[in-house]
Design a protein around this ligand. Sequence first.
Ligand code: ZN
Length: 243
Amino acid sequence: MRALIVSDVHSNIEALSAVVADAWGRGGFNQVWCLGDTVGYGPDPGDCISLLREHDLVAVAGNHDYAAVGKRSVHDFNGSARAAAQWTAANLSAGDADFLSGLPLVETRDPFTLVHGSLRQPIDEYLLDSDSARATFALLTTRHCLVGHSHIPFICAENDGSPKFKLFTEGAVFPLEHERLILNPGSVGQPRDRDPRPSYAIFDEDSLTIERHRVTYGILETQKKMEAAGLPQYLIDRLDHGV
Ligand code: ZN
């Protein structure tokens, strides 16, 4: 079994299509595991949900998914995120809204737990420091944990209670051994590690390995659609810079 692991697609169908095509070119996959924030920010929420659902999909909720269907308040979103959430809410089919509302906060697929933010605060906490990593390790009932939300790829090793963040190097194949890990595959639709290329991972159950890759896509096409939809200019511009 091979799983394509995506997170923070953010309604960017050009980025998601490029990732799916690239993953097929690297040996393919049997399932798609989605770590949340399928919608929000971008112009194609429905197309992204449809493309994911064409596959054997395991998906959890992100803060933007719940915000788009009124299951989470947007009071702490910045102005452009709030505007995009309102635009998304107005541009979702009833079926897509039902799909987003029904997403669970946490899923497990051995040896992983899948969650958007952290196990302490599933849709809201940015897991980026030792304190948040330690709290998630304490709640983790599987060997490893997959998170998204920060849009920053990393691997964090439990390291006897002193969590250690390492680079999730592009193109490298990591063996999953006994040490427990928290991994973030990076963002498909709105990377924020100063690299605008969509980032994703593939888990191979037979070899017990995980690898991360990046792809290029037609950013301009996405940006033109965002402009036509009247989405905030700040969201359009940031795609160029991966921030
Ligand atoms: Zn996100």
